[in-house]
Design a protein around this ligand. Structure first.
Ligand SMILES: [Zn+2]
Ligand SMILES: [Zn+2]
Length: 395
């Protein structure tokens, strides 16, 4: 056998060889899981796909003091227009800077809640945060009325926990918040705004100050002539882009049912608003209220898209339990029935960076872990054509 660190996997009906550098899809999936079903995930041998409608579960837009007159609408980041994260990140010989010359269009990363994260610099080359263009969550709407962040969405830690990635860069490397994957304080960052973790994998960290998230793209990415990373999901607008509204401050933003919003702003001492909504067939109505009166604009846009029903096998009730959790020297495994136990073809343990640290054919009832670094691990059981994964913390 020449299979140094090569793993034979069985995804669906395909036999797949995965090299040691390939990230375990279960690791990526664990970051997006807290935000399902608004986010859907799936993967093949090359890419991990993230699907969403581009609208987060938090409020938006308030706090903006330099506004482009764009507002958030849904987008169909679904199917062939899903976000793509490479499962086999490759370190670049020369990391490309995320600055005012590169990656000025489109996303550089995708947040765990399915919202794209753009370069801190806008397509006009200014720091969007320092320029007052961002809301209280570090986002705003672009020219296609597409909501996206321009800095690291650190607040996602509140929902996903401090040791789960808040997103993934489009080069395939994880982005953490203010803690290391093992729960300790963030270690010193290199010029790329990350470092190699104790698991041997590179990761980035978000911070409150520039460069906020990614100094340079450590992994290989393809930048097209329009200065965006490809492949890249596309946001399709329904109305012409407007120009900045000098002096406007957004003070309120509220949903109108499930298919529209009211945005309130102040300008020259007056309080104005936009009330907008869409229907299932794709008719968009924007009502602009100003001291001069109401101005209604109608657009025939795009039909409402449906999120696919989850194809995620990992979220099904687990066929097995791993305990104790947290564990210190041994992880014990217990199957729900003896027949399930006989059907298990392999047991594997992955660290939080996706590296396989234990693997054995057939079922095992205990995995010795006292020699492993503390942190988050994933126990994976292969049974027929399905896999079952559960998270275990080593303390
Ligand atoms: Zn933007
Ligand atoms: Zn770190």
């Amino acid at each position: 056998m020449v299979s140094f660190s090569m793993l034979l996997y069985n995804f669906g009906k395909k036999q797949v060889f995965r090299a040691a550098g390939v990230t375990n899809p279960g690791f990526l999936d664990s970051a997006f899981a807290p935000f399902k079903p608004a986010v859907n995930t799936r993967w093949d041998n090359t890419w991990f796909y993230v699907e969403s409608k581009g609208l987060p579960d938090h409020s938006m837009m308030t706090g903006i003091t330099s506004w482009q007159q764009q507002v958030p609408i849904f987008h169909c980041y679904i199917g062939s227009n899903a976000w793509s994260i490479p499962l086999n990140p490759v370190k670049a010989a020369t990391p490309v800077p995320v600055n005012n010359k590169h990656f000025l269009r489109g996303a550089v990363a995708i947040a765990a809640n399915g919202i794209p994260i753009f370069n801190p610099y806008t397509n006009t080359g200014v720091d969007a945060y320092l320029d007052g263009q961002l809301d209280n969550w570090g986002g705003h709407s672009g020219r296609a009325d597409d909501y996206h962040y321009h800095i690291a969405p650190m607040f996602l830690e509140a929902k996903s926990g401090p040791v789960t990635p808040i997103g993934f860069a489009l080069d395939g490397y994880a982005i953490y918040g203010g803690k290391e994957p093992d729960g300790t304080a963030m270690k010193a960052l290199d010029a790329n705004h990350g470092h190699t973790g104790s698991d041997g994998r590179y990761h980035y960290h978000g911070t409150a100050a520039a460069p906020y998230m990614i100094g340079n793209m450590v992994g290989v990415v393809n930048e097209d002539t329009t200065l965006q990373i490809v492949p890249q999901a596309v946001a399709k607008g329904v109305r012409p882009a407007l120009t900045p509204l000098k002096g406007a401050t957004i003070t309120g933003f509220h949903p109108n049912g499930s298919n529209g919003y009211t945005l309130i702003y102040t300008l020259a001492g007056a309080t104005d608003s936009i009330v907008y909504s869409w229907d299932a067939s794709g008719k968009f109505v924007y009502d602009f209220y100003t001291p001069a009166g109401k101005n209604t604009q109608n657009y025939n846009g795009k039909a409402v898209c449906q999120m696919p029903s989850s194809t995620d096998k990992l979220s099904k009730p687990s066929l097995f339990q791993a305990f104790p959790n947290p564990a210190s020297d041994v992880i014990r495994l217990s199957m729900t029935t003896a027949s399930f136990q006989r059907a298990v073809s392999s047991v594997a343990l992955y660290n939080s960076g996706g590296a396989c640290v234990f693997r054995k054919a057939g079922f095992v009832s205990a995995i010795q872990v006292q020699h492993l670094p503390k942190g988050i691990y994933f126990v994976e059981l292969q049974k027929g054509e399905t896999r079952s994964v559960t998270k275990v913390v080593l303390k």
